[in-house]
Design a protein around this ligand. Sequence first.
Ligand code: SF4
Length: 333
Amino acid sequence: MTSRLHPDIEKAYSVLDTGTPVSLELARALGRIPDSEVLDLVSLANKVKNRYAADNGAVHACSIINAKSGHCSENCSFCAQSNHNSATIDVYGLVDDEKLLQSAREAYSNGVRHFGIVTSGYGYMKTTPEFTRLLGMIDLLHSQLPEMQVCADLGMIGDEQATALAERGIVHYNMNLQVNPERYGELIADTHTVDERIETIKRLRAKGISVCSGGIIGTGESMDDRISLIFKLSELDVDVIPLNVLVPIKGTRLEDNAPVPVPEIAKTFAICRLVNPDRIIKFAAGRETLMKDFQGLLMLAGANGFLTGGYLTTRGRDTESDNVLARQVALFA
Ligand code: SF4
């Protein structure tokens, strides 16, 4: 009997049988399949996720606190917190312990067990008083909520600072590459280089910290660019891959970017799973605000986690609605 599957999707079924990622060549071919075939690709990605990254159908949920907002020296094109952009946002220094605990307790009471402390700015290559305070905040979370896994995204990190974070049992450190590394300077920022980000990832991994690193869909990148990013993340052996869909913010350089069609986004998610069969792939920003009716479809396109309870400068939705979504997605496992 002849297969009714697109020949490139049929070839990609080898991932399901063997757990071996698709080749770069096949990933690029999958990136070119017609939109009418995308649901077959989604189906394969869901099967691969179920076989190699299922974790009993669990959806990995995490929440973050924007612990320090705005006044950032860097010129990231998408980001409302950059001094180079003119977006209107709340600007504040490092939050106090009470605010931190309140946010973490709220996430905990909603069943979330991974909580990330995120700060704006280039990062901490030296141990400043602010970095020391952050270490104290991590200790506080561990003492007050011992079951909560604490994560961080504090920008670039020096060697000594990475050691300090490892000693405090940081579970995942987020450092997104955002786009095809070769186009980082053009599409994202030129006040720092993607190599600085990659160095930070390597530094953290050398200290035994798991890395969470992904990207943004909708910056003006091509499908081939997305695939280059996915392969770079695989090469860096990152543990968690957050995929964001750009939510254009007024006052940022990307404010007028056109939305990427849903089939393109679904293909990207599915290809990410076929290249990273056993990793945690999280749907982050853009899930509720932009994808609305299609967020469930994207959660079935190979994702096995999401960020819940709001983002850095854009809103999310309540965690109970997300818990319902997670239970429904688990029915397809
Ligand atoms: S993404 Fe981070 S480094 Fe870039 S402008 Fe925003 S806060 Fe600064």
